[in-house]
Design a protein. Structure first.
Length: 198
């Protein structure tokens, strides 16, 4: 909008008649965009809920990286910008690389909290699903995570992958609201190493 406003100012200098067209153009562009006035409401664009500033980085941590180890936990952490424009309603993690494509997750053991691993804050409720065929873990937040917060989802696979490799997972986030628009966050990396017996 700043470029459009500069253009309006330039046109308005020459006279009132030439000022009307840029203003109408600016208003027509802004019309589909409706920002709710109530605090905490999501930004809607053409009837869909979008992030203004989406999460852009996903961290995946495990404190036991030996092949075949159990029980283990994976900590998936995302930070929401204070100006995100919407709360976080759902996140998914899908395996895209790795030697083992058969290690399952236990969605019923999934949990989440505000903060980072080993600096755990308030617990928040989650609903989780695991699609083994798609290698996709989906986690919904019945109480959406508000902008400015950092959330960690604790995922529980049955075991670590049986084969050492660098495992990659595509992370996607959805804002909370009607018709949410998915936003790719990035790729989370998990390195699994050979188990050495001494």
């Amino acid at each position: 909008f700043f470029q459009a406003e500069d253009g309006i100012r330039d046109h308005c200098v020459t006279g009132v008649q030439t000022c009307a067209l840029p203003i109408l153009l600016l208003l027509s562009l802004a019309a589909p965009l409706s920002l709710a006035s109530a605090p905490g409401r999501a930004l809607e664009l053409n009837g869909s809920t979008v992030f203004v500033r989406a999460p852009w980085k996903a961290e995946l941590i495990s404190y036991d990286t030996n092949a075949g180890s159990a029980p283990v936990s994976y900590y998936l952490t995302l930070s929401l910008d204070p100006q995100a424009g919407a709360s976080l309603g759902r996140v998914s993690m899908q395996q895209t690389r790795g030697a083992d494509w058969n290690f399952p997750f236990s969605p019923e053991l999934t949990r989440a909290f505000l903060g980072r691993p080993r600096r755990e804050g308030r617990s928040i409720p989650v609903q989780a699903e695991f699609d083994a065929r798609e290698r996709l873990v989906s986690v919904s937040f019945p109480e959406p995570v508000p902008p400015g917060e950092t959330v960690t989802v604790v995922l529980r696979p049955w075991t670590n992958p049986q084969w050492p490799d660098t495992y990659l997972f595509q992370v996607v986030a959805w804002p909370a609201g009607p018709n949410p628009v998915a936003t790719p966050v990035g790729t989370a990396t998990l390195r699994i190493y050979e188990r050495y017996l001494f």
